[in-house]
Design a protein around this ligand. Structure first.
Ligand SMILES: [Zn+2]
Ligand SMILES: [Zn+2]
Length: 130
């Protein structure tokens, strides 16, 4: 009976591999809790880890994705590319006026009415006329 012996052989093979699989499964089950505990601990620490972005901002690993896509990151990278200090927002950037004063861009109009600026403009006019 050839068919029968084949079935028995298959059955034996199956039993052996099944025993191996069970052993592996047991090993995994036994270590699973430890493994996941370690993984969770690692992930928690990893996620909490602060990383300094190339734009100069510190972000937590957990918010890396959000930061990289943020307008803030984009703006800062743009400033760095232009050689500007990304820590100074545009509205706070002082630019030198031709009269020699350092002024905030948003204060330009007010500055133009200042004595110093007016005096400078007056002198400049005189120089041009002479
Ligand atoms: Zn960034
Ligand atoms: Zn001025």
């Amino acid at each position: 009976m050839n068919n029968n012996s084949e079935i028995i052989n298959n059955d034996k093979k199956w039993k052996r591999s099944s025993a191996l699989a069970t052993a592996q499964k047991k090993y995994y089950e036994k270590n699973k809790n430890k493994l996941t505990a370690d993984q969770i601990k690692y992930n928690k620490e990893y996620v909490k880890k602060e990383i300094k972005c190339e734009c100069g901002v510190h972000y937590k690993m957990a918010s890396k994705y959000l930061h990289m896509r943020s307008k803030k990151h984009e703006r800062r990278m743009e400033k760095l590319k232009n050689g500007d200090d990304p820590n100074i927002s545009n509205s706070m950037t002082k630019t030198p006026c031709e009269c020699g004063s350092l002024i905030l861009k948003r204060n330009q109009k007010v500055h133009e009415t200042s004595t110093k600026h007016k005096k400078y403009m007056e002198e400049k006019r005189c120089i041009i006329i002479n």
